[in-house]
Design a protein around this ligand. Structure first.
Ligand code: PEP
Length: 251
């Protein structure tokens, strides 16, 4: 089964209001008229509504880089699903390795965020990935199994159909080291089989699994040619319209 590819740009903690509007406008221009693949941008919270406004006539989806499990209340520093939706967002990246490593978010908290996103109508993009140490100790599949099973605990089959998974080996994020296309495909196939065990094959076959970790203009075509790689979550190369537009137009 072929799933519609999704090319997603994670802007992390980059872009002022003016920079974000320029970048969004350029990406809007270069992706106009593209129908056979989806494009998503995850700008910082502070520019979500400006970027959504710039792209209001395009099909580009807007995501936040995190989301709270509650919809309002005393949660200083957090942002709620309804706030994201009111700014024009329809999805949320959850469990990015920078959240896990720098801000100590664990599978339990990440699961609450996934459930909150789904409850209030956002598409969760659940990020998973092993560290270099875990890979070298041959614990990759154990770690990923825990991240998937715990991160998706309580998620119904119906909600799983709406959920996106992003495999991002920590050792490949922002390091210039990409997993080889064979390494990435091996993990993507493993994740899909695990989802088939947890849900059913039809659902596992419909879930988009993105690869992230130093995706660039030179490696995107090879990665996207793999059977179980349905898209890319791109950091550094998404901050320049030229490279991200080339990635969107992978062949
Ligand atoms: C990311 O931010 O999710 C990411 C994969 O970054 P980079 O492409 O820079 O490795």
């Amino acid at each position: 089964m072929k799933r519609k590819p999704l090319l997603a740009g994670n802007w992390k903690m980059h872009t002022t209001v003016i920079e974000a509007c320029h970048l969004a406008a350029e990406i809007g221009r270069c992706s106009a008229g593209i129908d056979d693949r989806d494009v998503l941008l995850a700008p910082p919270f502070t520019v979500l509504s400006e970027v959504a406004h710039v792209l209001k006539d395009s099909k580009i989806m807007i995501a936040s880089q995190n989301v709270c499990w509650e919809d309002s209340g005393a949660f200083t520093g957090e942002i709620s699903p309804t706030m994201i939706k009111s700014a024009g967002g329809t999805a949320a990246i959850i469990g990015h390795s920078e959240r896990r490593q720098i801000f100590h978010e664990d599978n339990r908290m990440i699961n609450k965020r996934v459930q909150g996103a789904l409850k209030f109508g956002l598409v969760p993009i659940l990020c998973i990935g092993e560290t270099l140490e875990e890979r070298e100790e041959e614990r990759t599949f154990i770690v990923l199994t825990g991240q998937i099973r715990d991160g998706l605990a309580g998620v119904s089959a119906g909600d799983m159909k709406k959920t996106i998974v992003a495999y991002e080996p920590v050792w490949a994020i922002g390091t210039g080291k990409t997993a080889s296309k064979e390494q990435a495909q091996e993990v993507h196939a493993f994740v899909r089989n695990l989802l088939a065990e947890m849900y059913e094959k039809d659902i596992a076959d419909s879930v988009r699994i993105l690869y992230g970790g130093s995706v660039n203009v030179d490696n995107v075509d090879g990665l996207m040619a793999q059977a179980d790689i349905d898209g890319a979550l791109v950091g550094g190369a998404a901050l320049k319209a030229e490279s991200f537009c080339r990635i969107i137009n992978f062949t």
